[in-house]
Design a protein. Sequence first.
Length: 384
Amino acid sequence: MNKVFFVFILFLSISLSEYISAFENNRLFNNINYDSDPLKLLLNSKVEQTFMDLKIPGAIVGVWKGDSDSYIKTFGVSDIVTNTPIRTDDHMRIGSITKTFTGTVLLQLVDENKIKLSDKLSEYFPDFPNGGNITVEMLGKMTSGIYNYSENENFENTLMNNLDTTFNPGELIDIAKAHAPYFPPGEGFHYSNSNTVLLGLIIEKITGNSLTSEIQNRIFTPLGMTNSLFAADTYFPDPKAQGYIYMDSLQLTPTDVTNQDPTWAWAAGAVISTLADVYKYAKKLATGELISNKAQDERLKWGKTFIPETGAWKGEKLNYGFAIADFNGAIGHNGGIPGYNSFMGYLPEQDVTIIVLCNMQDNRAGVGPADYIARMIVEIISKN
């Protein structure tokens, strides 16, 4: 689903020798001997080569079999100025993985009988165009047809000219309301950040609390995700991986966009996290441990299968549920936001969790590196 999530082309340029130097400095994690395990040896070889081929600044890769046996590696650098090797505990923006948190809170409210998936959008936003025919379920499954505000040219120009611009959710929804829908409600699929922002606003209307506090109290705190936060401004905790982008395909020196204002993404992409914290969450999300069995069944009722025409998952049959996706059997989500690309997935049949975090979104070829690495890992695990 690369390029469906956010529309910015990102890349980082750094010399091959610097990549190799940084990689060698991060070769082992907890003294794991990859040579003793054929699968880990294969992963090590493939991931290392893929990282080098992508020509990206840095990556953190984690693969877990069950709850203990793991392959965890870092590649490259977190800062191209200091050439600091990337660390497993570096914070990164995880973009649209945020959608799964918003969707999980909404489904918990369904379990608490505070809302129904069949509720109409007009019950919460009476003036929203055609809201009487749009359900909460359609918002979560991206079948509402509502225009994606982040595809608006004026919005893109404003954001990319000043990544410190602050937006409020109402402004984002006003952009969506001003445009015609992609299709009648329930008659198609179009990935739209507007859907998830509306879910976040509905959560706030129902609970009387901020979305930030609901995610913190319902997910972060119970799971011990102490290094995760729903970012509301430019604050970015240390240690962190700097995020870089190429503002256009002709730019030779990348731009550091680490301290951007993420309010433009809000419920759809504002979370900052770490490898360890995402791991605490990934399997529980995919297996439905945070919601009832009934809610999980509804969540995993996949809509129309779609096949990306570009990007890391090009040609692959993908499915989307309620703020969750199926990537060739890996249940989870990916994320892209200027400077960062991420992937989180769980393979139920193999009991394998895969997490990839990169401090860029797309390389110069327009490929999301975390997605590309994840797809390769999914294929290896499925065959072995």
